[in-house]
Design a protein around this ligand. Sequence first.
Ligand code: EPU
Length: 337
Amino acid sequence: MVIEKNVSLKPFNTFGINTTATLYCDVSTIEQLKNILAEHHTNPLFILGGGSNMLLTKDIEALVLHINLKGTSILNETDDKVIIKAMAGENWHEFVLWCLEHNYGGIENLSLIPGNLGTAPIQNIGAYGVELKDVFVSCEALHIKSQKVKTFTKDDCNFGYRESVFKQDLKGQYIITSVNFELTKTNHRLHMDYGAIKDQLKAFNILEPTIQDISKAVIAIRQSKLPDPKVIGNSGSFFKNPIISKDEFDILNDNFPNAPSYQISDTEVKIPAGWLIEQAGFKGKRFNNYGVHSKQALVLVNYGNAKGKDIFELAKLIQKTVKRIFNIEIEIEVNII
Ligand code: EPU
């Protein structure tokens, strides 16, 4: 285990922003992690997973710990269910593919989400009608100060829409080291209500889809809308979809009768931020080497060598413009560093 000095973080964030870490260490075992925390927990630390949900706007004057814990094991299994433990440094999509190879169902709708498995619970990743919390059993995490291992049950995690206790009350206190999932081996519950999935399966001529087919459909939809971070730097959805009251929605609907919406309770409605941003005129807008993706306005992109600060300024301009036109606040979803 080597601590390196002045390391470029460009390869370690999907936005591809080039800033520097004063100190950097790649950690591949829990023992290493405990030792390094015991020695450095009073120094500034920065925990890095897959780097898929952050925008770096400055150099990191801290010890960056790159969590590279690997491994997947089966903890328990019955005829129709399996409990799998997977380490935090596993790549999320590779884990999804491994599950599909073994015909384990539950996360096929979460195919092709960038990032590492250990950071998935932090923002309760979700797509096409499924959220991580639907298959989550528990996770283990190291308390940074005491280096004690704690198990968090689903209730402990307080999951919400792109939210968990790790983003709220316990922010910066724990490092997730592994996650336990409960997946199905038979009688898979397929989630196809999301319009685009059914259309995509129809386009593939698939009438009785398997979990593998659903994954293929999700991959095709994502590839058609979302830029591949290996080609164009990005962090997926930059903003959350805003949730507004029914009364606010009635006003919006009077002024913009075409506004898409999803009713989420008797009193609340979710509005796609992508639509608001598109209506505000930003979709596909390019400013030098950064901009708004042309196929999904919720995604900000780095065409190469953009500064995180500039992308953050663009995000603030978008927020202000959306607020002015629609009187709706859109919240940034990625972590601004
Ligand atoms: N829309 C537009 N213009 C756009 C984009 C979207 O008008 O440029 C409208 C359309 O009406 C479209 C609707 O928004 O039907 C929904 O768009 P989409 O299906 O692309 O989903 P989203 O609500 O924009 C959310 C997640 C995505 C996830 C998809 C699919 C959030 C913040 N984002 O996007 O998650 O993949 O649903 O489930 O909830 C991510 O978090 O990084 C991410 C990509």
